[in-house]
Design a protein around this ligand. Structure first.
Ligand code: F6P
Length: 544
């Protein structure tokens, strides 16, 4: 991969000049001038329609952004990514979550060895295990079939499978799948409270099997289990997903009950691996596999489609445009589906842990903005919460609107209402409301002209707020797989352009180290040297 400071490229200089010219341009004006605007700035691919015409761009912007991608070596970088080069250089690892959804006939080499057969072996093990638990042929220690699954993990070992389990709830079977992540004891005890140990299966997901939260929750759960069961029964009720076999065995789970993970899968991109076991248990392996197939389709699209019609590339370039030229600090993701309520928090880890970096690939501090802040909530709930700020606040917040043509229960009345809001919001954000329109509206309501003049400034909407609409046929395992993979590749493209390493996460280490030191101090009631604030807080806590 090239290590180019994007601000030194010709395209960047031109983008800067171009930005000065178009920063005030109204999108509504562009729509009235460009009859082909929708066709020029939308991509219809399989069951996805991605409309980015409601963005503050022209054809020149698009071309300059594509030039930037070219100067930053995006094409070569994509080859390195899929080809298994060690692009995670600070950890000296390839980044191959894409291999997890590759086809059986594909070949992906790591250290000269094809990893696909091993991936398929693990998938076969997941399938056999899921089938046996779902059908009830594998039973708990007292001879009863399993009714509940508890996934214990955090970060990538929780957010991905939890988000997908929620998103595919419509397709789920009789098993109730719960997720415990926080080291907050109330989380684990509250989750275990209604469960029956005889019918509960635990999946401990941790790539490293050293994560404090996961180990504490696993130990507490085992203790709870052993209140009624015996030590030998642990093998029937506890399985692990990890790349650290030794640590799992030390915990007391036998080799047969370990689903392996590999160094070349980053935690936040691991839901496609055996970390997806809880998903496979919730909806069956077949549906889990459809999720992988969807992601694989997006991989092929990303790998082969010219950049001008390449969904992840276009979305990433737009994000760079707003982040680095408009200086927009955050992006909102608004799914118009309650099933996707966990998508924004899943994307927070995927995007912010990946691109929240300030050192470039040469080891120098960057002189430009990198990773954006991601947030969001489903529509229409979010309309009644934070949309006021998007419409009339002082910040520019580009937003992705994700909607579906068909609802799963096919309640047309509800779905039409939901989607009417989806369409209305992006239109309102585009057009705003002019002074004239406000005047007319208030006059019709019978207000006096004096009152109208006073109210006008508050009731005017500036508009010209950028949105990208993703309209997908239906929420299925396959379309969800495509959607997640789309954001994964968007992250990659942004990392390439910002010249940062997207696949490490050293920034989470310091807090972990300090927490373990402070825990010893709390346990021994001996507070050592800290800044005054931390010291006083600790003393206050210990006085309880
Ligand atoms: O938060 C840091 C992190 O390393 C994430 O990247 C990862 O997803 C999470 O912790 C959990 O790690 P593990 O799967 O090793 O328990």
């Amino acid at each position: 991969m090239l290590n180019i400071d994007p601000t030194t490229t010709l395209a960047w200089t031109k983008l800067q000049e171009h930005f000065e010219k178009i920063k005030e341009v109204e999108m509504s004006q562009l729509f009235s001038e460009e009859t082909e605007r929708f066709n020029d700035f939308s991509i219809h691919w399989e069951d996805f329609l991605v409309d980015f015409s409601k963005n503050r761009i022209t054809k020149e912007t698009q071309q300059l952004l594509l030039d930037l991608a070219e100067e930053c070596g995006l094409e070569e970088a994509i080859k390195s990514y899929f080809g298994g080069e060690s692009i995670n250089r600070t950890e000296n690892r390839p980044v191959l979550h894409t291999a997890l959804r590759a086809k059986n006939s594909d070949s992906v080499l790591v250290d000269g060895e094809n990893i696909i057969p091993e991936i398929f072996e693990v998938k076969a093990k997941m399938q056999a295990f899921s089938d046996a638990i779902i059908s009830g042929s594998t039973k708990g220690y007292s001879g009863l079939a399993f009714t509940d699954v508890v996934n214990i993990g955090i970060g990538g070992s929780d957010l991905g499978p939890a988000m997908v389990t929620e998103a595919l709830k419509f397709y789920k079977n009789h098993l109730n799948v719960h997720y415990i992540s926080n080291v907050d004891g109330d989380h684990v005890h509250e989750t275990l409270k209604p469960l029956n140990p005889e019918t509960t299966l635990f999946v401990i997901a941790s790539k490293t099997f050293t994560t404090q939260e996961t180990l504490s929750n696993a130990i507490t759960s085992r203790k709870w289990f052993l209140e009624t069961a015996s030590q030998e029964d642990v093998q029937k009720h506890f399985v692990a997903v990890s790349s650290n076999v030794q640590k799992v065995e030390d915990f007391g789970i036998s080799k047969d009950n370990i689903f392996p993970m590999w160094e070349w899968v980053g935690g936040r991109f691991s839901l496609w691996s055996a970390v997806g076991l809880s998903v496979s248990l919730a909806v069956g392996f077949q549906k889990f596999n459809e999720l992988l197939e969807g992601a694989n389709k997006m991989d092929l699209h990303f790998k082969t489609e010219p950049f001008i019609k390449n969904i992840p590339v276009q979305l990433a370039l737009l994000s760079v445009w707003y982040n680095n030229f408009f200086k927009a600090e955050s992006e909102a993701v608004i799914p118009y589906s309650q099933y996707l309520q966990k998508l924004p928090s899943y994307l927070q880890q995927a995007i912010m842990e990946s691109n929240g970096k300030s050192i470039d690939r040469n080891g120098n501090p960057v002189s430009y903005e990198t990773g954006n802040i991601i947030w969001g909530e489903p529509g229409t709930n979010s309309q009644h919460a934070f949309f006021q700020l998007i419409h009339q606040g002082t910040k520019l917040i580009p937003a992705d609107f994700i909607g579906f043509k068909k609802s799963l229960f096919e309640d047309k009345d509800h779905h039409d209402k939901l989607m009417a809001n989806y369409f209305a919001q992006t239109e309102a954000l585009l057009k705003g409301k002019s002074e004239d329109a406000v005047k007319k509206e208030l006059t019709t309501q019978g207000l006096k002209s004096e009152e109208i003049e006073k109210l006008i400034p508050f009731k005017v909407f500036e508009g010209n707020k950028p949105t990208t609409s993703l309209l997908i046929d239906e929420l299925t395992p396959e379309s969800l797989g495509k959607l997640i993979a789309m954001y994964e590749h968007k992250i990659f493209v942004q990392g390439v352009i910002w010249n940062i390493f997207s696949y490490d996460q050293w920034g989470v280490e310091l807090g972990k180290q300090l927490a373990s030191k402070i825990l010893t101090e709390i346990e021994t009631s001996k507070v050592s040297s800290h800044d005054d604030s931390t010291k006083e807080l600790l003393n206050f806590y210990l006085k309880q």
